[in-house]
Write a protein that binds this ligand. Structure first.
Ligand code: NDP
Length: 288
């Protein structure tokens, strides 16, 4: 392996340490950051994500409450629950674990969460602020990737970033955040013709596809930074990314592993956004 490994676990641990100091300061100032997580139904993967998020909150002193609703809950009941949390002073962040049962509109749910408590960064107001270069809550996965690039001192300005994947939660906001940092951005997706002709031009290549080990060395320019968002199972049921790590790590300049790369940073940025929201509250209080 010739590439430098971007150790997401280490960067996440350092970031969380700093966040813990901020949480202590907030508590001293009389505001304990609080996150409410709503889990609808009994999807095992969702439950694992929620448990991890709660544990991570607890570890740095963020209060986290879990609201579990049955999968037959009506859309109105869920929206009312969100409104109740919007009005609670002790809750600074609200997260509804996706996906939701088919009879509930995710769009309506996201739009009902107060944009001031939208620590996932999915609310259209926050997306709009991100697009217009304003400070706001950024979606956690791309935000975590941006932090990793900055931590490693990888320059973004003037670089060509190629994003494979255009989901609302990863691909699209990733491109926008890199554009905000003055990268030249190309988006690719399942309808892109001759994908490798684009990815081979990338100084920074972000794979957010959901296809195990699809990105092999033929897709990568020598010395490129390769960020692997994918979380898939390989033929032996082992967790793996969208990038064929063994193959690409001889070609890349920097690379993230799976596990231990993007994943730990995603939850870290959720904690970051929750602390940010609590700090916003103190600032509002001081302005009054
Ligand atoms: P989506 O399924 O919503 O999006 C996948 C994207 O990949 C789509 O835009 C799709 O194109 C594109 N795509 C699919 N197949 C191809 C192909 N053959 N060539 C080019 N593009 C293709 O996934 P997400 O964005 O939600 O997640 C992507 C991956 O990242 C998943 O493995 C997920 O588990 C993981 N993930 C990891 C996180 C972490 O914290 N580590 C957080 C979130 C996600 P089109 O739009 O045309 O369909």
């Amino acid at each position: 392996m010739t590439a430098n490994l971007i150790d997401g676990k280490k960067i996440a641990a350092e970031t969380r340490k700093n966040l813990q100091i901020e949480v202590n300061q907030l508590v001293e100032a009389g505001v304990k950051p609080g996150l409410a997580v709503i889990l609808v139904g009994d999807n095992q993967a969702s439950r694992t994500y929620v448990t991890n998020k709660q544990k991570s909150c607890k570890a740095i002193g963020i209060e986290s409450i879990l609201i579990e609703l049955p999968d037959y809950v009506t859309e109105n009941e869920l929206l009312n629950q969100i409104e109740e949390l919007n009005n609670r002073d002790d809750i600074h962040g609200i997260l509804v674990q996706l996906p939701l049962p088919k009879h509930i509109s995710e769009t309506k749910v996201i739009e009902t969460i107060s944009s001031e408590k939208d620590v996932d960064g999915f609310h259209p107001v926050n997306i709009g602020k991100m697009m217009t270069g304003q400070d706001t809550f950024f979606p956690c996965t791309p935000f975590g990737i941006l932090e990793m690039l900055k931590y490693e001192g990888i320059s973004i300005s003037g670089k060509h970033a190629v994003i494979v994947g255009r989901s609302n939660i990863v691909g699209k906001p990733m491109g926008q955040l890199l554009l905000n940092e003055n990268a030249t951005v190309t988006y690719c997706h399942s309808k892109t013709k001759d994908l490798a002709s684009y990815t081979r031009e990338a100084d920074i290549l972000v794979a957010a596809i959901g296809k195990a080990k699809m990105i092999t060395s033929e897709y990568v320019k020598e010395g490129a930074t390769v960020i692997d968002v994918g979380m898939n199972r390989d033929e032996n049921g082992k967790l793996c990314g969208d990038v064929d790590f063994a193959d690409v790590s001889d070609q890349a300049g920097f690379i993230t592993p799976v596990p231990g790369g993007v994943g730990p940073m995603t939850i870290t940025m959720l904690l970051y956004n929750t602390v940010k929201s609590a700090k916003n509250k103190i600032n509002h209080r001081n302005l009054k």
